[in-house]
Design a protein around this ligand. Structure first.
Ligand SMILES: [Ca+2]
Ligand SMILES: [Ca+2]
Length: 273
């Protein structure tokens, strides 16, 4: 840090314009007075990306790192990955001690008063996490890192650590180009917690297709209710009313009750509750 500062001073003394290049180094985030976000330009590969840290916990500090013990009190980290000048839902994550920007990692160091942050180039030991379903998007958290994993044919390099999967979404594009998404409503803890990724090792996570259909039955006085559900490879439950086509929720699924001979005893449509 001291060296970088001295270098900057030397440059200005020589009247040489300061060149902002994609060289790796510390990035101090500055507060945008209009929005209250901390923001800065972060180099990764050949590009730089605008990042933001938002005081989501509203305590006047920007060091609310995600912590599974107190998951509601964290701040947020956003990166304008597509460079369109706006932040979409897919570009925001809970703030973690190590953040990732297009494969480059930075450790987030907070000042004592929590009002400023410096991102420092970090080179964590990496391991491979693979998903059996290549169309899956995962949100995963370790004690240091919160990541959104998608694409790459379901194979990702992540910092070694012990992860909890906090969200699973399946995405498919149909022949008309429409994108279908299906979010898991329930993740069995034994399959989605304590997932260890060792440095240089590979860990496989089972999730997604093939999906089995299951009707959850609840009985009340004079009423039997069926809730349709799809169950993935690790027993994760996708409630079918959560299916969305191009972000639009779809018509409730229809059902048929058949006897063992395949004769239809009753049919109808599920309704959104
Ligand atoms: Ca905060
Ligand atoms: Ca964007």
């Amino acid at each position: 840090m001291k060296r970088a500062l001295a270098f900057g001073v030397a440059l200005s003394l020589l009247m040489v314009p300061l060149i902002v290049s994609a060289a790796r180094g510390d990035v101090s985030l500055t507060r945008d007075p209009k929005t209250g976000y901390l923001t800065g330009q972060v180099p990764s590969g050949e590009k730089t990306y605008t990042v933001y840290v938002l005081d989501q916990s509203r305590d006047g500090r920007y060091d609310g790192f995600f912590n599974t013990a107190a998951p509601r009190r964290f701040d947020a980290f956003a990166c304008d990955l597509d460079g369109n000048g706006a932040v979409s839902q897919e570009e925001v994550l809970p703030l973690s001690k190590i953040v990732e920007v297009r494969g480059a990692y930075f450790s987030v160091e907070a000042s004592a008063d929590g009002k400023s942050l410096v991102l420092k180039d970090a080179k964590p030991a990496l391991g491979t996490l693979t998903a059996t379903s290549p169309d899956v998007t995962l949100l995963v958290a370790s004690k240091d890192c919160y990541l959104r994993l998608s694409g790459s044919d379901g194979k990702w390099q992540v910092p070694a650590g012990t992860y909890t999967v906090t969200a699973v979404t399946l995405k498919k594009t149909d022949e008309k180009g429409a994108t279908w998404t299906l979010a898991a409503a329930r993740l069995p803890e034994d399959k989605f917690r304590n997932i260890e990724v060792k440095a240089g090792g590979t860990t496989e996570l089972k999730a997604g297709a093939p999906l089995m259909t299951r009707a959850q039955v609840t009985e009340g006085p004079g009423v039997v209710a069926f809730t349709p559900a799809l169950v993935g490879q690790s027993g994760e439950v996708y409630a079918t009313p959560a299916a969305a086509r191009n972000n639009q929720r779809q018509a409730a699924p229809k059902f048929r009750i058949v006897n063992r001979a395949g004769k239809v005893l009753a049919s109808g449509a599920f309704q959104y509750g």
